[in-house]
Write a protein that binds this ligand. Structure first.
Ligand code: G
Ligand code: G
Ligand code: MN
Ligand code: NA
Length: 252
């Protein structure tokens, strides 16, 4: 079976999973949100990496349906947690083909309304490739969603090939510092880049979140530069819902 046929079949048979990775405030290490991350089980507790199958699903157009399903899962998860007294924002990754669907903004709004999720509690993560693809269309869609109250983050910031000019055109709330710039901290060159991105965020009135933080030295460096939030294996790995609830309980 081709990998796409298998993916489509598993998606239709409800075999895909959404895991959640906590995002914490540097100020008090409180839980601010979670990033929703797709997981495709391949048997015996193994998973095929989204880095492999997401690009294939994008090419096959399958990401449109899967992406909508992830959003619905995230909305339901957000609501379940809120009903248990834990109000956090869930971030969802959005691919280029999803933006190209006519009426995408309305579809997102309808989904949030369906699950009665407050727009500020859902964040869309877009990469520079989304922005590069069709800037004016993306700006319009994001502005529409921003007016509705949804949060918008730039993912993998600094790793694409776009100019910085889009930063003033997009209705952004957060910059996500890619783990490529976190990995070698506090080494000199990555230190300079992390410092620049955090300062840029502050100047533009955007929050900054560092991804891929694995060591205390990296965390200390980022915190001291004024980075707002952190997401990384040092704090918590992506986990299924049951474990997320245990994690939240253990933090109380
Ligand atoms: O979970 P992991 O860090 O292995 O994810 C690798 C990449 O897969 C992420 O950088 C992200 O861009 C992508 N990814 C994970 N889940 C989703 C999803 O629901 N939609 C899209 N478009 N990409 C995702
Ligand atoms: O590109 P995007 O930000 O969407 O991807 C998030 C990916 O980063 C997820 O696949 C997640 O598993 C991974 N990730 C999150 N924290 C860490 C970390 O501390 N170290 C490493 N190596 N990967 C991480
Ligand atoms: Mn992401
Ligand atoms: Na990233």
């Amino acid at each position: 079976l081709g990998i796409i046929r298998q993916l489509r079949q598993d998606f239709e048979n409800n075999k895909l999973e959404v895991w959640y990775q906590p995002q914490l405030a540097f100020s008090d290490m409180s839980l601010k949100g979670c990033e929703a991350l797709l997981r495709w089980p391949s048997g015996q507790g193994n998973y095929i990496s989204p880095e492999i199958f997401v690009p294939l699903a994008e090419d096959a157009g399958l990401i449109v349906a899967i992406g909508q399903w992830v959003l619905e899962q995230a909305c339901q998860q957000q609501k379940r947690l809120e009903n248990q007294g834990v109000e956090i924002c869930i971030a969802v990754n959005v691919s280029v083909p999803q933006f190209k669907v006519k009426g995408y903004a309305q579809q997102v709004k309808d989904t949030l309304l369906k699950y009665q999720v407050k727009p500020k509690n859902i964040e869309l993560e877009v990469t520079e490739s989304v922005v590069m693809d069709e800037l004016s269309m993306v700006i319009e869609t994001l502005q529409d969603l921003k007016e509705f109250g949804i949060e918008v983050a730039i993912d993998d910031f600094g790793t694409g090939f776009s100019s910085l000019s889009y930063l003033q055109k997009l209705p952004l709330d957060r910059l996500k510092i890619d783990r490529a710039f976190v990995k070698d901290l506090p080494e000199k060159d990555s230190g300079a880049i992390a410092k620049l991105v955090i300062a840029l965020g502050a100047q533009l009135g955007l929050k900054t979140i560092a991804e891929g933080v694995e060591t205390q030295a990296q965390a200390d460096f980022l915190k001291q530069l004024g980075c707002d939030e952190v997401q990384g294996f040092m704090y918590a790995k992506p986990m299924p819902e049951v474990e997320l609830i245990q994690y939240i309980e253990s933090k109380k």
